[in-house]
Design a protein around this ligand. Structure first.
Ligand code: FAD
Ligand code: NAD
Length: 467
């Protein structure tokens, strides 16, 4: 039986990154993955393919709606080759997966393809296509990720009633895409097909979209997506979804009990994801789970068995690739006897719509609930020269700082390239910067980054220069 210092189960961004860090620290590592492709949800059916389609659809949208104003005349209206768009996405995924295979070889990590399941607290059975082999590990890292969640009365038939996985592989552009759940997946994939010409209706249970983020972001994003043609049905509870063959009928009630009936050709169910431990037999290893099916971990990400760790989507916290990666590195360093640290408050969240949405730290709603006195500095992108030059004037940056100490407590932004702009705010907050610190740093002109400086200036005695 093969023995390893560490067995990692699951090759998503949590698992493969953890495997690399363990190998860098001199450990022998086995990485177990049930699919033939490495990279997990993120690389295969998540972050990477969705961003590939978001980029392609944004190019088309600009060609149709913005080129003319830029003075670019096309001799014929642009047309969409959806198969080519999906094929390009598949190529991006395949190249990225190959990159992970290369990294595994480079770091001398033993990759075993097959379903991993616990035999006991130190032994994992790997059921490959041809045979099952047992391997043992001094330490084991559970990184088995998550799967789409649904509602009890919905039958996800993968034909007309689909999850994000099918939405990344469409054979036609929906005429009317009904989205259940106005969170990250619904709005990103809704944007893809909305830009390509689909009518998009979003049915959301809460009173605003992206409801876990600062409320101001959801309100602004709703305005921008409404301009794109989205229709929103907020505070609506979906009660039935029926595939009638050529169409799908979604029924929901609003808070007054009034019924909404929507008919479309596809329905995307995007009401969250759930931790995935099916077939893992964690009970055989004595690993405890919580009431939501997540593996319970302590502050060192140890499970109820100290030599078994769990990271990423399968444990509590935001379901984000970079959170899984940070936890993967953290656990490797804990195993190596180091004292790593993760500040989960400073894990940024990004929504890759256009405008992009990004945030780090506390929301205004959280600060109010905690009774923390704070100041607000706001800067709209319409006051940015760079944003006007690129015709991307929707959105704003909001800096929240402690009233007494001026320490930055949260940064919330919606606008062009916010997915990248948020890094400066994360860095500032990691170094416990004040709004004054950001306000006094020179930012190149003309860039979108100046808007963060201006928002910081606005937070410190309301001294924004361009507003
Ligand atoms: P996963 O990536 O889910 O990987 C788990 C792996 O474990 C899988 O490969 C699975 O096959 C394997 N596995 C499970 N059980 C077993 C077993 N018993 N034996 C062997 N192998 C097993 N996050 C972002 O940060 N940015 C984004 O832009 C983003 N976009 C997304 C878009 C979509 C459409 C979706 C669905 C998700 C997106 N996410 C994004 C979320 C991100 O994909 C996840 O947070 C991330 O993949 C979690 O990483 P993980 O390593 O914990 O698990
Ligand atoms: P989500 O939690 O972002 O959004 C789910 C939405 O569905 C919420 O707004 C919720 O209020 C709503 N909802 C729940 N039950 C409902 C009901 N019965 N009727 C109507 N609406 C209902 O989940 P998601 O969009 O499915 O994404 C899953 C996970 O994947 C998220 O945790 C997210 O972090 C991750 N993800 C991240 C990115 C990114 O980082 N850009 C992109 C895609 C996915």
């Amino acid at each position: 039986m093969s023995q390893f210092d560490v067995i990692v189960i699951g090759s998503g961004p949590g698992g493969y990154v953890s495997a690399i860090r363990c190998a860098q620290l001199g450990m022998s590592v086995a990485l177990v993955e049930k699919y033939n492709s490495l990279g997990g949800t993120c690389l295969n059916v998540g972050c990477i393919p969705s961003k590939a389609l978001l980029d392609s659809s944004e190019h088309y949208h600009q060609a149709v709606h913005q080129f003319k104003e830029h003075g670019i005349e096309l001799s014929a209206a642009p047309t969409i080759n959806l198969k080519q768009m999906i094929d390009r996405k598949a190529g991006v995924v395949s190249d990225t997966v190959k990159g992970i295979q290369f990294l595994m070889k480079k770091n001398k990590i033993t990759v075993l393809h097959g379903m991993g399941s616990f035999v006991d607290a130190h032994t994992v059975a790997v059921a490959g296509e041809k045979e099952t082999q047992n391997i043992t590990g001094k330490n084991i890292i559970i990184a088995t990720g998550s799967k789409p969640a649904s509602l009890p009365f919905i039958n996800i038939d993968k034909k007309r009633v689909i999850t994000s996985t099918e939405a990344l592989e469409m054979k036609e552009i929906p005429k009317h895409l009904i989205i259940i759940g106005g969170g990250v997946i619904g709005l990103e994939l809704g944007s893809v097909y909305g830009r390509l010409g689909a009518k998009v209706s979003v049915v959301e249970y809460m009173e605003g979209i992206i409801p876990t983020m600062d409320k101001s972001l959801g309100k602004e994003l709703q305005k921008s997506l409404t301009k794109l043609g989205f229709e929103f049905y907020l505070s609506h509870k979906v009660k039935s979804v029926e595939n009638t063959g050529k169409k799908v009928v979604v029924k929901a009630d609003n808070t007054k009990g009034e019924e909404l009936v929507l008919e479309g050709d596809y329905t995307l169910v995007s009401v969250g994801r759930k931790a995935y431990t099916e077939g893992l037999n964690v009970d055989k290893a004595g690993v405890a789970m919580d009431e939501r099916g997540r593996v319970i971990t302590n502050e060192h990400l140890q499970t109820s068995q100290p030599h078994i760790y769990a990271i990423g989507d399968v444990v509590k916290g935001a379901m984000l690739a970079h959170k899984a990666e940070e936890e993967g590195v953290f656990v490797a360093e804990v195993i190596a006897g180091q004292k790593p640290h993760i500040n989960h408050l400073l894990i940024p969240g990004v929504v890759y719509t256009w405008p992009e949405v990004a945030a780090v730290g506390h929301t205004e709603e959280e600060l109010k609930a905690k009774g923390i006195a704070y100041k607000v500095g706001n800067f709209p992108f319409k006051a940015s020269g760079r944003a006007r030059a690129s015709m991307d004037t929707d959105g704003f940056i909001k800096v929240l700082a402690d009233t007494t100490t001026d320490e930055v407590l949260g940064v919330h932004m919606i606008g062009p390239r916010c997915a990248d702009l948020i890094a400066e705010a994360v860095m500032a907050m990691e170094f416990k910067a004040t709004a004054e610190d950001i306000a006094r740093i020179c930012h190149a002109h003309p860039t979108f980054t100046e808007s963060l400086k201006e928002a910081a200036l606005a937070a410190t005695a309301n001294r924004a220069l361009h507003m």
